[in-house]
Design a protein around this ligand. Structure first.
Ligand code: PDD
Length: 274
């Protein structure tokens, strides 16, 4: 773990009562996966961290080079070859007041063994639950405020589903912690990267792989009927990569997934080339 300029034991209690991250959720985060000692797509993650912080008028407490050094040092100290990195930047520590404090932003980081989906989930696909998207208008910011996301994930889990697919005004936005893709008549569809969704790094890289594979891509809003009639569907994120969907509410999808198989191979090769 890392907090207040120092590497620490991950279980050390270090967050002061007046830290705005836990008082207001006043901060941003990134979640990065390390493969063979190297963080995947690090520059894309740091770009997004900068964009998120800028959108909330938080000035990052470290330069890009210093951030890279801290991450590198953290990976070395962890001695992990495969790891999950969680980083967050909050507006810092100051007596509770809604107004922005003058204090410096605060970086914290944890590096731990990766949490992985069982192989079975990739073979069989997951069950998903459609739920109303109750989030705010700026979901493109990777902010600490995840209450609607965790409520949706928990509601899905309580019905035996691994992911909630969020629906706003009749259209799919994204998963509670993933982006959603549909394949219909050989064309790959995903929700356009508007302010209503988090533009996933995996989403971006899977779209690039699809184009390289000659798969036609359309960033287009998708209705509930459209996803339920999909030939194939999947979700993506840093932690899960490409994860096939087997069921949406009561609707089962085909268990043959030629395009997902092709994309999974292409994405694996992309990862190994990093
Ligand atoms: N979540 N959409 C939402 C709402 C997310 O929380 C995430 C990632 C994604 C996928 O983004 P990416 O491909 O950059 O990981 C989409 C991370 C993994 C998390 O909250 O732990």
């Amino acid at each position: 773990g890392y907090y207040d300029g120092q590497f620490r034991d991950i279980n050390e209690k270090v967050i002061p009562i007046d830290e705005r991250g836990h008082q207001f959720g006043d901060g941003v985060y990134e979640f990065i996966r390390v493969y063979k000692g190297t963080p995947l797509a690090l520059s894309q993650h740091l770009d997004r961290l900068e964009r998120s912080a800028k959108a909330l008028l938080i000035e990052l407490p470290f330069s890009r080079t210093d951030l890279e050094k801290i991450i590198e040092e953290g990976i070395q100290k962890s001695t992990l070859e495969e790891a999950d990195i969680y980083m967050q930047v909050t507006r810092g520590i100051s007596p509770r007041n809604h107004l922005f404090p003058d204090t410096k932003a605060e970086l914290s980081m944890t590096i731990r063994h990766p949490r992985q989906m069982p192989d079975e989930a990739y073979e069989k696909g997951i069950s998903t639950l459609l739920l109303e998207d109750e989030r705010w208008a700026n979901c493109y910011i990777k902010s600490l405020n995840l209450l609607p996301n965790i409520l949706a994930k928990q509601a899905a889990a309580s019905k035996g589903c691994k992911e909630a697919i969020l629906v706003k005004d009749g259209y799919i936005t994204e998963g509670s912690s993933s982006n959603v893709f549909v394949i219909k008549d050989q064309i790959l569809y995903t929700t356009p990267a508007t302010k209503q969704i988090l533009c996933g790094i995996t989403r971006t890289n899977v779209l690039a792989c699809a184009k390289e594979e000659g798969i036609q891509v359309r960033e287009q809003h998708m209705t509930i009927d459209f996803i339920k009639q999909a030939d194939e569907a999947f979700v993506t994120s840093t932690s899960i990569g490409i994860l096939p969907i087997a069921r949406i509410d009561e609707q089962h999808l085909s268990s043959t997934r030629p395009i997902i198989d092709k994309l999974t191979n292409a994405y694996q090769i992309f990862r190994e080339q990093q």
